[in-house]
Ligand binder design. Sequence first.
Ligand code: SAM
Length: 313
Amino acid sequence: MTDLSIPSGSISIRDEVVLHAGDCLDFLRTIPDQAFQLIVTSPPYNLGKEYEKRIHLDDYLQQQQRVITECARTLSGTGSICWQVGNYVSNGEIVPLDAVLYPLFRDLGLKLRNRIIWHFEHGLHCSKRLSGRYETVLWFTKSDEYQFNLDPIRVPQKYPGKKHFKGPKAGQYSCNPLGKNPGDVWVIPNVKSNHVEKTSHPCQFPVELIERLVLSLTQPGDWVFDPFVGVGSSIIAAIKHGRRGAGAEILTEYVKIAEERIAKARNGELLTRPMGRPVFDPKDAGQYLTAAPWDQPPSKQQRLFQKSKTYST
Ligand SMILES: C[S@@+](CC[C@H](N)C(=O)[O-])C[C@H]1O[C@@H](n2cnc3c(N)ncnc32)[C@H](O)[C@@H]1O
């Protein structure tokens, strides 16, 4: 296991958790090469939120490049970088940040393994374009010899008991009884006001999103690092599964919340939404007012139409 040198200004809890209250580049420059097994983050999107100053997109990309370069240096040879982003928006025009950030990773020799679509239901309601209901996670590895463990993140099969009915495998399960590969479209609620994990941070990760990455891309004892750790969600996902967590956060207000949440998580007292819990469905919950018109029982006239073999308009 790699040991981190703990820079001054950082909080170290028995070297299982390191929280740097300050700029991520200052922290990264103190870290030895290849120390981290997984680097996972959601950087500022340059949208002028309370924790960032809006700058020219080219300057933003240069800032990102400096952080990504240091992340690549501190990443283990078998390690992964997961960069979770949405859109930069200027005068109603969107720039998908994964598209403009991708070349920065590729130029450093990192290899893209998946572009995961993270779909969620809540967000701004747009009036001049479709409301954005997904963001992406770019998953890169440093080499072709990378750690990837599928079993801990398998999801239930649609037909788990299905068996081969003929041939040499007759009677054996035709699908993996441990579950199926979760695929690259992940439906996980984002953290809005009713979410059990909500803090005052406007854009925190749901812990379950990072748990999947931690479980599939690291082993117990490995270091997981988030350069823009906010209220500590990545560290929480890491320590929940026996990994070690490090992060940097520039705003004191969020560092304090991260410290409190991490302390609770270490005592097993932090409430997080369980991995794999089905997403709330208002129709299943009996709220029929939300049903779509085409889900209503057909009218007499529609029934007549459905019976006729040809339709005329
Ligand atoms: C999109 S938020 C990430 C939130 C995080 N995923 C969570 O679950 O709380 C980006 C965070 O990066 C922080 N930040 C911005 N610039 C930074 C820098 N140079 N070094 C460290 N943190 C920074 C912001 O204050 C903000 O909390």
